[in-house]
Write a protein that binds this ligand. Structure first.
Ligand code: SF4
Length: 477
């Protein structure tokens, strides 16, 4: 079981590009969030210093991850919580299902959590006869549509417009036959349905934005208040957290809680910031379990360049500025983590192999790097991962397209290595292209696998005289 079902980005993107309604929805939403984010970021004179501080905090946390995780375990245990370690999604699923059963429940209410989406926790719980109810509005919308998947980190239902949501609610929520597509009415319908669940279900499941090693404090930020309900009302709270979310000190939150809301919802502060430390008599859940999830993260940590992907605080700013994401939407990434962060994180979590396509799902324009609040150099990681995929393919033995590519690159390398060969190639290209060119562009069709190249690009006709030839003529060099 895996959230990652790869048909390959080019194939999935081609299908997504045909969906004009989805593209309109995504463009409208990302343009709005992008403009708001720019405004709130511009309010801070020290934004660049904050970004650098965020980068350093994450780097330090990961450099001594083992130490911080053990410290976190000790702090949570001292505060009355129980820590569990899960190697992968299957183990995490078994642990959570066991805890829900122990708590005497067959339902859980959930706070929006990417870690649990990543490991298909809802499906795993369903197999154990436990119903997971998403309480974030967008997650609920996705859950109510059979076969639908999240398409954005922050706005999982960004691909849906309000009339589609009304249809879904009318079909699934009781008492909504006369529902309009007014946003306030839609929110009210969801609120009524969820309120009954908050008050009756005894187990809450959450992810974590951060967890502080020195105190054992877990932090969840959100906008709707549903997270606060799930983390305070049930008698048992289970948090599933990727091991990379640990922060060494409480002061680190000061930086992260400034960076995250501005970069995600474009707010100065999150409407709801819930912090809890273990359990407390008469206040909140009586039992707290923290499941620390690896699921490929230690493998990512082993790659000195690729490990930057673990610095991510899941703000989604990189998605909202990405020209590729704006056109394809999130489903084309076939992953819980779409957009630029998905292109570097997903293939690493699932293991790079020949044929992995996500590192190519980028124009390398660099907008993601400039937007990232913790300065993850996404373009450099993409290039690094492309190199790893190609090397892996070479190890598996050159075949088909790759063998052709290698031959072509080898020939080019020979031409570029010698000035004489380079100039001869220039003369040949100019002579060969002349009869095929019109208005300064080559108009011909290229043969075989190259045919797609000119179908979507203009190729400038080579000049009749090269710069070197002109220089020699003018200066006699
Ligand atoms: S990579 Fe950076 S910009 Fe993208 S979601 Fe993660 S923290 Fe945000």
């Amino acid at each position: 079981m895996s959230a990652h079902r790869e048909a390959g980005f080019p194939t999935a993107a081609r299908a997504a590009l045909q969906d004009t309604q989805m593209r309109r929805n995504v463009r409208k939403a990302t343009t709005t969030i992008r403009a708001k984010r720019e405004r709130v970021v511009a309010e801070l004179d020290d934004w660049e210093q904050l970004r650098e501080a965020g980068r350093r905090i994450k780097e330090r946390a990961l450099r001594h991850l083992d130490v911080h995780l053990e410290r976190l375990e000790a702090s949570v245990t001292a505060a009355g919580g129980v820590v569990h370690w899960a190697r992968d999604g299957a183990e995490a699923g078994r642990i959570v299902a066991g805890l829900v059963r122990e708590a005497g429940s067959d339902e859980v209410i959930k706070v929006k959590s990417l870690a649990t989406d990543e490991i298909d926790l809802n499906d795993r719980l369903a197999e154990a006869g436990i119903i997971a109810i998403e309480t974030d509005l967008a997650e609920l919308i996705v859950q109510l549509a059979p076969g639908d998947r999240q398409s954005h980190i922050l706005v999982p239902a960004i691909h849906r417009n309000r009339s589609e949501i009304r249809t879904l609610f009318r079909r699934s929520l009781p008492g909504t036959e006369d529902l309009t597509d007014d946003p306030a009415d839609l929110a009210e319908a969801a609120r009524r349905y969820l309120r009954s669940k908050f008050l009756s279900v005894g187990v809450g499941v959450s992810g974590a934005n951060f967890a502080v090693a020195e105190t054992g404090t877990v932090c969840v930020v959100e906008s709707e208040g549903n997270g606060r309900m799930c983390t305070t009302l049930p008698h048992t709270l289970i948090t599933v957290m990727g091991i990379e979310k640990v922060l060494p000190r409480v002061e680190d939150l000061e930086v992260m809680l400034q960076l995250l809301p501005r970069s995600s919802t474009a707010e100065r502060m999150n409407p709801y910031t819930s912090l809890w430390t273990g359990v407390r008599e008469g206040d909140g859940p009586r039992a707290f379990h923290l499941v620390l999830l690896d699921a490929g993260r230690t493998e990512v940590l082993a790659d000195e360049v690729g490990r930057q992907a673990l610095h991510c605080i899941r703000c989604s700013a990189c998605l909202n500025v990405c020209p590729v994401f704006e056109r394809t939407g999130g489903h084309a990434y076939e992953s819980t983590y779409p957009g630029p962060i998905g292109a570097i994180l997903t293939p690493q979590l699932h293991g790079l192999r020949a044929g992995t396509t996500l590192p190519w799902a980028s124009s390398l324009c660099g907008a993601c790097y400039e937007a990232c609040p913790v300065k993850i150099d996404i373009p450099s990681v993409l290039v690094h991962l492309r190199g790893r995929v190609v090397r892996q393919a070479r190890e598996d033995g050159p075949r088909g397209k790759l063998a052709g590519e290698r031959l072509a690159m080898g020939a080019l390398a020979r031409v570029f290595a010698s000035p004489r060969r380079y100039e001869r190639a220039q003369r040949l290209a100019a002579a060969g292209a002349a009869p095929l060119s019109r208005d300064g562009k080559v108009e011909a069709r290229l043969p075989g696998p190259l045919s797609g190249w000119l179908a979507v690009r203009d190729l400038k006709a080579p000049p009749r005289q090269s710069f070197r030839a002109w220089w020699r003529e003018e200066r006699g060099g």
